[in-house]
Design a protein around this ligand. Structure first.
Ligand code: NAD
Length: 311
Protein backbone atom coordinates (compact mmCIF):
# COMPACT_ATOMS: atom_id res chain seq x y z
CA UNK A 1 0.00 0.00 0.00
CA UNK A 2 1.23 3.53 -0.78
CA UNK A 3 2.42 5.90 1.95
CA UNK A 4 -0.05 8.31 3.55
CA UNK A 5 0.04 12.11 3.77
CA UNK A 6 -2.29 14.15 6.02
CA UNK A 7 -3.67 17.60 5.19
CA UNK A 8 -4.87 19.80 8.07
CA UNK A 9 -7.16 22.56 6.74
CA UNK A 10 -9.02 21.89 3.50
CA UNK A 11 -9.43 25.34 1.91
CA UNK A 12 -7.86 26.43 -1.37
CA UNK A 13 -4.28 25.37 -0.59
CA UNK A 14 -5.20 22.18 1.30
CA UNK A 15 -7.20 21.00 -1.72
CA UNK A 16 -4.31 21.69 -4.12
CA UNK A 17 -1.86 19.83 -1.87
CA UNK A 18 -4.23 16.84 -1.72
CA UNK A 19 -4.39 16.74 -5.52
CA UNK A 20 -0.60 17.05 -5.86
CA UNK A 21 0.12 14.22 -3.40
CA UNK A 22 -2.57 11.99 -4.94
CA UNK A 23 -1.08 12.61 -8.40
CA UNK A 24 2.19 11.21 -7.01
CA UNK A 25 0.39 8.04 -5.82
CA UNK A 26 0.16 8.91 -2.09
CA UNK A 27 -2.92 8.17 -0.02
CA UNK A 28 -4.19 11.51 1.31
CA UNK A 29 -6.30 12.17 4.43
CA UNK A 30 -7.92 15.56 4.79
CA UNK A 31 -9.05 17.12 8.08
CA UNK A 32 -10.82 20.43 8.68
CA UNK A 33 -12.26 21.96 11.85
CA UNK A 34 -15.36 22.79 9.80
CA UNK A 35 -16.88 19.35 9.20
CA UNK A 36 -19.01 20.54 6.26
CA UNK A 37 -15.88 21.96 4.62
CA UNK A 38 -14.42 18.44 4.45
CA UNK A 39 -17.24 17.28 2.15
CA UNK A 40 -17.13 20.54 0.18
CA UNK A 41 -13.35 20.10 -0.29
CA UNK A 42 -13.73 16.49 -1.49
CA UNK A 43 -16.39 17.57 -4.02
CA UNK A 44 -14.25 20.50 -5.25
CA UNK A 45 -11.21 18.24 -5.59
CA UNK A 46 -13.22 15.71 -7.63
CA UNK A 47 -14.54 18.48 -9.85
CA UNK A 48 -11.06 19.97 -10.40
CA UNK A 49 -9.43 16.60 -11.13
CA UNK A 50 -12.10 15.78 -13.74
CA UNK A 51 -11.83 19.26 -15.32
CA UNK A 52 -8.02 19.06 -15.51
CA UNK A 53 -8.26 15.57 -17.04
CA UNK A 54 -10.59 16.91 -19.76
CA UNK A 55 -8.29 19.92 -20.33
CA UNK A 56 -5.24 17.63 -20.61
CA UNK A 57 -3.42 19.17 -17.63
CA UNK A 58 -4.01 16.45 -15.00
CA UNK A 59 -0.75 15.61 -13.24
CA UNK A 60 0.59 12.12 -12.65
CA UNK A 61 0.19 8.93 -14.67
CA UNK A 62 -3.17 7.76 -13.28
CA UNK A 63 -6.72 8.87 -14.06
CA UNK A 64 -8.75 11.52 -12.21
CA UNK A 65 -10.93 8.74 -10.77
CA UNK A 66 -7.92 6.78 -9.51
CA UNK A 67 -6.43 9.91 -7.93
CA UNK A 68 -9.73 10.90 -6.28
CA UNK A 69 -9.98 7.39 -4.79
CA UNK A 70 -6.72 8.01 -2.91
CA UNK A 71 -8.21 11.01 -1.06
CA UNK A 72 -10.41 10.63 2.03
CA UNK A 73 -12.03 13.15 4.39
CA UNK A 74 -11.90 13.10 8.21
CA UNK A 75 -13.57 15.03 11.00
CA UNK A 76 -11.25 13.59 13.67
CA UNK A 77 -7.68 14.95 13.73
CA UNK A 78 -6.05 11.86 15.30
CA UNK A 79 -7.76 9.58 12.77
CA UNK A 80 -6.56 11.81 9.91
CA UNK A 81 -2.97 11.66 11.17
CA UNK A 82 -2.77 7.93 11.92
CA UNK A 83 -0.04 6.32 9.81
CA UNK A 84 0.86 9.56 7.99
CA UNK A 85 4.55 9.99 7.13
CA UNK A 86 4.06 13.67 6.32
CA UNK A 87 1.57 16.30 7.50
CA UNK A 88 0.85 19.50 5.57
CA UNK A 89 -0.88 22.17 7.67
CA UNK A 90 -3.04 24.58 5.64
CA UNK A 91 -5.04 26.65 8.16
CA UNK A 92 -5.42 30.45 7.76
CA UNK A 93 -2.36 32.66 8.20
CA UNK A 94 -2.45 33.69 11.88
CA UNK A 95 0.29 33.20 14.48
CA UNK A 96 -2.25 32.38 17.18
CA UNK A 97 -4.11 29.84 15.05
CA UNK A 98 -0.96 28.14 13.72
CA UNK A 99 0.45 27.98 17.29
CA UNK A 100 -2.78 26.39 18.52
CA UNK A 101 -2.97 23.89 15.66
CA UNK A 102 0.69 22.81 16.03
CA UNK A 103 0.19 22.34 19.78
CA UNK A 104 -2.77 20.08 18.91
CA UNK A 105 -0.60 18.16 16.48
CA UNK A 106 2.31 17.84 18.97
CA UNK A 107 1.11 14.83 21.04
CA UNK A 108 0.09 13.04 17.82
CA UNK A 109 3.56 13.34 16.21
CA UNK A 110 6.12 10.54 16.14
CA UNK A 111 9.89 11.05 16.07
CA UNK A 112 10.16 10.42 12.34
CA UNK A 113 7.12 12.23 10.93
CA UNK A 114 7.41 15.63 9.20
CA UNK A 115 4.94 18.38 10.18
CA UNK A 116 5.07 21.09 7.50
CA UNK A 117 3.23 24.38 7.41
CA UNK A 118 2.02 26.04 4.19
CA UNK A 119 2.58 29.43 5.84
CA UNK A 120 3.26 32.29 3.42
CA UNK A 121 5.20 34.45 5.85
CA UNK A 122 5.40 32.89 9.33
CA UNK A 123 8.55 30.90 10.07
CA UNK A 124 8.56 27.85 12.39
CA UNK A 125 10.12 29.92 15.21
CA UNK A 126 6.95 32.01 15.30
CA UNK A 127 4.49 29.17 15.94
CA UNK A 128 6.36 25.98 16.95
CA UNK A 129 8.69 27.08 19.78
CA UNK A 130 6.57 25.61 22.61
CA UNK A 131 6.27 22.17 21.00
CA UNK A 132 7.94 19.01 22.28
CA UNK A 133 8.39 17.88 18.65
CA UNK A 134 9.47 21.27 17.28
CA UNK A 135 12.45 19.59 15.58
CA UNK A 136 9.91 17.87 13.27
CA UNK A 137 8.40 21.20 12.10
CA UNK A 138 9.29 23.01 8.89
CA UNK A 139 7.61 25.43 6.51
CA UNK A 140 6.85 24.12 3.02
CA UNK A 141 5.48 27.24 1.35
CA UNK A 142 3.71 26.70 -1.99
CA UNK A 143 2.95 29.35 -4.60
CA UNK A 144 -0.64 29.81 -5.76
CA UNK A 145 -1.84 27.87 -7.70
CA UNK A 146 0.61 25.13 -6.55
CA UNK A 147 -0.81 22.63 -9.04
CA UNK A 148 0.65 24.76 -11.87
CA UNK A 149 3.45 26.72 -10.14
CA UNK A 150 5.78 24.08 -8.72
CA UNK A 151 8.07 26.14 -6.43
CA UNK A 152 8.03 25.16 -2.75
CA UNK A 153 10.12 27.13 -0.24
CA UNK A 154 11.38 24.84 2.52
CA UNK A 155 12.16 26.96 5.57
CA UNK A 156 13.67 25.50 8.76
CA UNK A 157 13.21 26.85 12.26
CA UNK A 158 16.26 27.06 14.52
CA UNK A 159 15.59 23.53 15.80
CA UNK A 160 14.43 21.76 12.64
CA UNK A 161 16.21 18.40 12.26
CA UNK A 162 18.26 17.91 9.08
CA UNK A 163 16.32 14.78 8.09
CA UNK A 164 13.10 16.86 8.10
CA UNK A 165 14.61 19.13 5.44
CA UNK A 166 15.86 16.25 3.30
CA UNK A 167 12.63 14.23 3.65
CA UNK A 168 10.53 17.27 2.69
CA UNK A 169 12.71 18.06 -0.31
CA UNK A 170 12.69 14.44 -1.50
CA UNK A 171 8.91 14.20 -1.12
CA UNK A 172 8.36 17.46 -3.03
CA UNK A 173 10.57 16.26 -5.88
CA UNK A 174 8.77 12.91 -5.91
CA UNK A 175 5.38 14.58 -6.47
CA UNK A 176 6.73 16.94 -9.16
CA UNK A 177 7.13 20.14 -7.14
CA UNK A 178 10.31 22.22 -7.37
CA UNK A 179 11.70 22.72 -3.85
CA UNK A 180 14.31 25.20 -2.67
CA UNK A 181 15.76 24.93 0.85
CA UNK A 182 16.55 28.08 2.79
CA UNK A 183 19.54 27.59 5.10
CA UNK A 184 17.76 29.62 7.79
CA UNK A 185 14.51 31.43 8.51
CA UNK A 186 14.43 34.96 7.04
CA UNK A 187 11.45 37.33 6.80
CA UNK A 188 9.62 36.93 3.46
CA UNK A 189 11.52 33.70 2.72
CA UNK A 190 13.05 33.93 -0.80
CA UNK A 191 10.18 34.53 -3.20
CA UNK A 192 8.62 37.47 -1.38
CA UNK A 193 11.99 39.13 -0.76
CA UNK A 194 12.58 39.11 -4.53
CA UNK A 195 8.96 39.98 -5.28
CA UNK A 196 9.02 43.01 -2.93
CA UNK A 197 12.27 44.26 -4.50
CA UNK A 198 10.53 44.17 -7.90
CA UNK A 199 7.31 45.79 -6.64
CA UNK A 200 9.32 48.52 -4.87
CA UNK A 201 10.99 49.59 -8.10
CA UNK A 202 7.72 49.36 -10.07
CA UNK A 203 5.94 51.46 -7.45
CA UNK A 204 8.65 54.12 -7.52
CA UNK A 205 8.76 54.27 -11.34
CA UNK A 206 4.98 54.67 -11.41
CA UNK A 207 4.99 57.39 -8.74
CA UNK A 208 7.82 59.21 -10.51
CA UNK A 209 5.71 59.23 -13.69
CA UNK A 210 8.24 57.23 -15.71
CA UNK A 211 5.83 54.55 -16.96
CA UNK A 212 2.07 53.94 -16.98
CA UNK A 213 0.74 51.00 -14.95
CA UNK A 214 0.03 49.12 -18.21
CA UNK A 215 3.58 49.61 -19.45
CA UNK A 216 5.13 48.59 -16.10
CA UNK A 217 3.29 45.26 -16.25
CA UNK A 218 4.35 44.88 -19.90
CA UNK A 219 8.03 45.18 -18.95
CA UNK A 220 7.57 42.07 -16.82
CA UNK A 221 5.16 39.95 -18.87
CA UNK A 222 6.65 40.68 -22.32
CA UNK A 223 10.24 41.36 -21.25
CA UNK A 224 11.62 39.65 -18.19
CA UNK A 225 8.81 37.15 -17.58
CA UNK A 226 9.19 34.92 -20.67
CA UNK A 227 12.91 34.53 -19.99
CA UNK A 228 12.46 33.98 -16.27
CA UNK A 229 9.95 31.17 -16.91
CA UNK A 230 12.95 29.15 -18.11
CA UNK A 231 16.15 30.61 -16.65
CA UNK A 232 16.82 32.57 -13.46
CA UNK A 233 18.56 35.92 -13.00
CA UNK A 234 21.97 34.38 -12.30
CA UNK A 235 21.85 32.17 -15.40
CA UNK A 236 20.66 35.25 -17.32
CA UNK A 237 23.88 37.01 -16.29
CA UNK A 238 25.88 33.91 -17.27
CA UNK A 239 24.28 33.68 -20.73
CA UNK A 240 24.23 37.42 -21.47
CA UNK A 241 28.05 37.49 -21.56
CA UNK A 242 30.75 34.86 -21.82
CA UNK A 243 29.95 33.62 -18.34
CA UNK A 244 28.94 35.44 -15.17
CA UNK A 245 32.52 36.57 -14.44
CA UNK A 246 32.66 38.25 -17.84
CA UNK A 247 29.20 39.75 -17.19
CA UNK A 248 30.44 41.35 -13.98
CA UNK A 249 33.55 42.70 -15.69
CA UNK A 250 31.44 44.18 -18.49
CA UNK A 251 28.30 45.37 -16.73
CA UNK A 252 28.89 45.75 -12.97
CA UNK A 253 29.84 49.44 -13.15
CA UNK A 254 26.80 50.27 -15.30
CA UNK A 255 24.46 48.31 -13.06
CA UNK A 256 25.96 49.96 -9.97
CA UNK A 257 25.41 53.47 -11.32
CA UNK A 258 21.77 52.62 -12.21
CA UNK A 259 21.21 51.15 -8.74
CA UNK A 260 22.53 54.33 -7.13
CA UNK A 261 19.58 56.17 -8.68
CA UNK A 262 17.11 53.78 -6.98
CA UNK A 263 15.32 54.82 -3.81
CA UNK A 264 16.26 52.90 -0.69
CA UNK A 265 13.75 50.44 0.71
CA UNK A 266 11.50 50.16 2.58
CA UNK A 267 8.79 52.01 0.70
CA UNK A 268 5.14 52.15 1.69
CA UNK A 269 2.56 51.02 -0.84
CA UNK A 270 0.33 54.08 -0.27
CA UNK A 271 -3.41 53.96 -0.87
CA UNK A 272 -3.65 57.11 -3.04
CA UNK A 273 -1.17 55.58 -5.53
CA UNK A 274 -3.02 52.25 -5.34
CA UNK A 275 -6.31 54.05 -6.10
CA UNK A 276 -4.73 55.68 -9.16
CA UNK A 277 -3.46 52.32 -10.47
CA UNK A 278 -6.81 50.65 -9.78
CA UNK A 279 -8.59 53.42 -11.72
CA UNK A 280 -6.29 52.64 -14.67
CA UNK A 281 -7.30 48.97 -14.42
CA UNK A 282 -11.01 49.98 -14.38
CA UNK A 283 -11.64 49.32 -18.07
CA UNK A 284 -9.41 46.22 -18.49
CA UNK A 285 -9.87 44.43 -15.15
CA UNK A 286 -12.62 46.07 -13.05
CA UNK A 287 -12.69 44.71 -9.48
CA UNK A 288 -15.89 42.73 -10.13
CA UNK A 289 -14.17 40.89 -13.02
CA UNK A 290 -11.18 39.72 -10.94
CA UNK A 291 -12.52 36.13 -10.48
CA UNK A 292 -12.76 35.68 -14.29
CA UNK A 293 -9.28 37.12 -14.74
CA UNK A 294 -7.92 34.74 -12.05
CA UNK A 295 -9.46 31.83 -13.92
CA UNK A 296 -7.85 33.06 -17.17
CA UNK A 297 -4.49 33.38 -15.35
CA UNK A 298 -4.76 29.82 -13.98
CA UNK A 299 -5.65 28.46 -17.43
CA UNK A 300 -2.58 30.17 -18.95
CA UNK A 301 -0.40 28.89 -16.09
CA UNK A 302 -1.75 25.37 -16.70
CA UNK A 303 -0.70 25.63 -20.35
CA UNK A 304 2.75 26.93 -19.35
CA UNK A 305 3.18 24.12 -16.78
CA UNK A 306 2.38 21.56 -19.50
CA UNK A 307 4.91 23.21 -21.83
CA UNK A 308 7.60 23.28 -19.14
CA UNK A 309 7.12 19.57 -18.35
CA UNK A 310 8.13 18.83 -21.99
CA UNK A 311 11.72 20.01 -21.55
P1 NAD B 1 -8.40 29.01 3.35
O1 NAD B 1 -9.05 30.04 4.17
O2 NAD B 1 -8.87 28.80 1.94
O3 NAD B 1 -8.50 27.58 4.09
C1 NAD B 1 -8.20 27.41 5.43
C2 NAD B 1 -8.95 26.20 5.95
O4 NAD B 1 -8.49 25.92 7.27
C3 NAD B 1 -10.46 26.40 6.03
O5 NAD B 1 -11.12 25.34 5.37
C4 NAD B 1 -10.74 26.38 7.53
O6 NAD B 1 -12.01 25.83 7.88
C5 NAD B 1 -9.61 25.51 8.05
N1 NAD B 1 -9.30 25.70 9.46
C6 NAD B 1 -9.40 26.82 10.22
N2 NAD B 1 -9.02 26.55 11.48
C7 NAD B 1 -8.68 25.24 11.54
C8 NAD B 1 -8.21 24.39 12.56
N3 NAD B 1 -8.03 24.83 13.80
N4 NAD B 1 -7.96 23.10 12.25
C9 NAD B 1 -8.16 22.63 10.99
N5 NAD B 1 -8.62 23.40 9.98
C10 NAD B 1 -8.86 24.69 10.25
O7 NAD B 1 -6.84 29.35 3.38
P2 NAD B 1 -5.75 29.03 2.25
O8 NAD B 1 -5.76 30.12 1.23
O9 NAD B 1 -5.91 27.62 1.82
O10 NAD B 1 -4.38 29.22 3.09
C11 NAD B 1 -3.90 28.23 3.96
C12 NAD B 1 -2.42 28.50 4.25
O11 NAD B 1 -1.69 28.47 3.02
C13 NAD B 1 -2.13 29.86 4.88
O12 NAD B 1 -1.08 29.76 5.80
C14 NAD B 1 -1.69 30.69 3.69
O13 NAD B 1 -0.84 31.78 4.05
C15 NAD B 1 -0.94 29.66 2.89
N6 NAD B 1 -0.82 29.99 1.47
C16 NAD B 1 -1.89 30.52 0.81
C17 NAD B 1 -1.74 30.87 -0.54
C18 NAD B 1 -2.90 31.45 -1.30
O14 NAD B 1 -2.68 32.07 -2.34
N7 NAD B 1 -4.14 31.28 -0.84
C19 NAD B 1 -0.52 30.65 -1.19
C20 NAD B 1 0.55 30.06 -0.48
C21 NAD B 1 0.38 29.74 0.86
Amino acid sequence: MSEKVAIVGSGLIGQFWAMIFASGGFRVSIYDIDTEQVSRALALIQEKLERYEKQGCLRGSTTATQQAQLISGHTDLAECLTGAVYIQECVPESVDLKTKVFLQLDPLLSDDVVAASSSSCLGPSQFASAMKHRDRVVVAHPVNPPYFIPLVEIVPGPWTADDVLTKTRTLMEKVGQSPVTLKKEVPGFALNRIQYAIINECWNMYKDGILSSEDIDKVMKDGMGPRYAFIGPLETMHLNADGIVDYCKRYADGAYSVCQTMKPPPIQYDVPTAEKVQAEFASSIPVDKIPERRQWRDDRLAALATLKRQR
